[in-house]
Design a protein around this ligand. Structure first.
Ligand code: ACO
Ligand code: OAA
Length: 375
């Protein structure tokens, strides 16, 4: 295989075509189906963005009403999925709970024996509707409270916060949370979406592909970094400790969570928006602790290295200011990214070829076999 070009980590390798999402890593631009993420974050509901990612166009009012009505009706979980979430050990990682719940939901899906495109689309709708219910129900149980049933009067963003707290969220929180969902909805061939597409490309079912994706998102180099940013802030403790703490970490060649990106060579445009939201929410709550810490970290890192914040850097501070606990930051990412995963899986089904690259073999060659009793 030595005549074949090899790129470690598949850096800059184009692994397929897609009409869903465009990233300009040099300029820091992110576009869903031709619309800039800045415009969408400001002006659309998450439901509109899900429709856009799947259908390729923004819905008109009546299309959105029908779409939202169908999605809303799908929010309750199948009883065995609910029972599973209520029976998991107390110390279960919420991403493990979500991965297992998604996998079980596939068995109880009304279309479980139908892998047609139409059935897969319905499965995608059920997952977008039910992942928020799974995450909130597990967290309520974990905190020793009864789960809160979904409220059909509320948007997906409002309803998630309602199911988590049992209270209708303030308008600002609902707006900011909706924006965060829009910002995280898709990101081209990131690791979890790629995992989903590789799985889907064997023509297995949509739940299997999403289960792969949830497991992939969990890792700290990917979606798990948002929780790790808060762990880092806790370890640093105070603004005064930012410089010595970071200098020590950098000297030990540690990765600073929430910095760096495979594609962006400048600031991630989602981080720019989330920084503003983190500031605005902090100011309103008269609690700029996270914001001040994050800004001190950013300034010190950027004084030392050409490294920029990614989407995971500010998102946790936004969620924390809404009272969302840090172990839910990565599951909240999944509440949004389920939209992108399913858009990509459906696109894969429409134009499928199995994804099967090669490895550059570096192991030994031509060894002489030695039978077991002579070794
Ligand atoms: C939703 C998301 O998935 S966004 C990404 C979330 N992940 C994180 O925030 C974890 C921290 N960041 C990282 O680990 C990386 O930047 C990744 C995984 C995002 C990208 O990885 P890669 O594209 O493989 O970049 P790679 O790790 O090769 O970094 C290139 C150089 O920048 C350095 N670097 C990259 N990110 C960081 C970081 N966060 N902290 C310190 N140094 C870093 C590397 O040490 C390397 O330096 P070197 O050339 O001197 O060895
Ligand atoms: O694109 C990536 O590699 C990671 C990322 O930012 C995302 O998944 O949102």
């Amino acid at each position: 295989m030595s005549d074949v070009e090899f790129k470690e980590g598949l850096e800059d390798v184009v692994a397929g075509t897609s009409e869903i999402c465009f990233i300009d890593g040099k300029e820091g631009r992110l576009v869903y189906r031709g619309y800039s993420v800045e415009d969408l974050a400001e002006q659309t509901s998450f439901e509109e963005v899900v429709y856009l990612l799947w259908e390729g166009q923004l819905p008109n009012r009546s299309q959105l009403q029908d779409f939202t009505k169908t999605l809303t009706a799908m929010r309750p979980l199948a009883q065995p999925v609910y029972d599973l979430l209520m029976s998991l050990p107390d110390d279960t990682n919420p991403m493990d709970a979500l991965r297992t719940a998604v996998s079980l939901a596939g068995i109880y899906d009304p279309d479980s024996h139908d892998n047609s495109y139409e059935a897969s689309y319905r499965k995608a709708m059920r997952l977008v509707a039910q992942v928020p219910t799974m995450v909130a129900a597990f967290e309520r149980h974990h905190q020793g409270h009864d789960p809160v049933a979904p409220d059909a009067q509320l948007s997906l963003a409002e309803n998630f916060l309602y199911m988590l707290t049992g209270k209708r969220p303030p308008a600002l929180d609902a707006h900011v949370f909706n924006t965060a969902l829009v910002l995280h909805a898709d990101h081209e061939l990131n690791a979890s979406t790629f995992a989903a597409r590789v799985t889907a490309a064997t023509l297995t079912d949509l739940y299997s592909a999403v289960t792969s994706a949830v497991g992939t998102l969990k890792g700290p180099l990917h979606g798990g970094a948002n929780e790790q940013v808060m762990v880092m802030l806790e370890k640093i403790g105070t603004v005064d400790n930012v410089k010595p703490w970071l200098d020590h970490a950098l000297a030990n060649r540690e990765k600073i969570m929430g910095f760096g990106h495979r594609v962006y060579k400048t600031e991630d445009p989602r981080a720019t928006i989330l920084r503003r939201l983190s500031h605005d929410l902090g100011e309103k709550a008269q609690n700029l602790h996270y914001y001040d810490m994050l800004e001190a970290v950013r300034q010190h890192i950027q004084a030392k290295k050409a490294l920029y914040p990614n989407v995971d850097f500010y998102s946790g501070s936004v969620y924390a200011l809404m009272g969302i606990p840090s172990e839910l930051f990565t599951p909240v990412f999944a509440v949004s990214r389920i939209a992108g995963w399913t858009a990509h899986i459906l696109e894969q089904y429409r134009h499928n070829r199995i994804i099967r690259p090669r490895a550059d073999y570096t192991g030994p060659e031509h060894r002489t076999f030695v039978p077991l009793d002579q070794r």
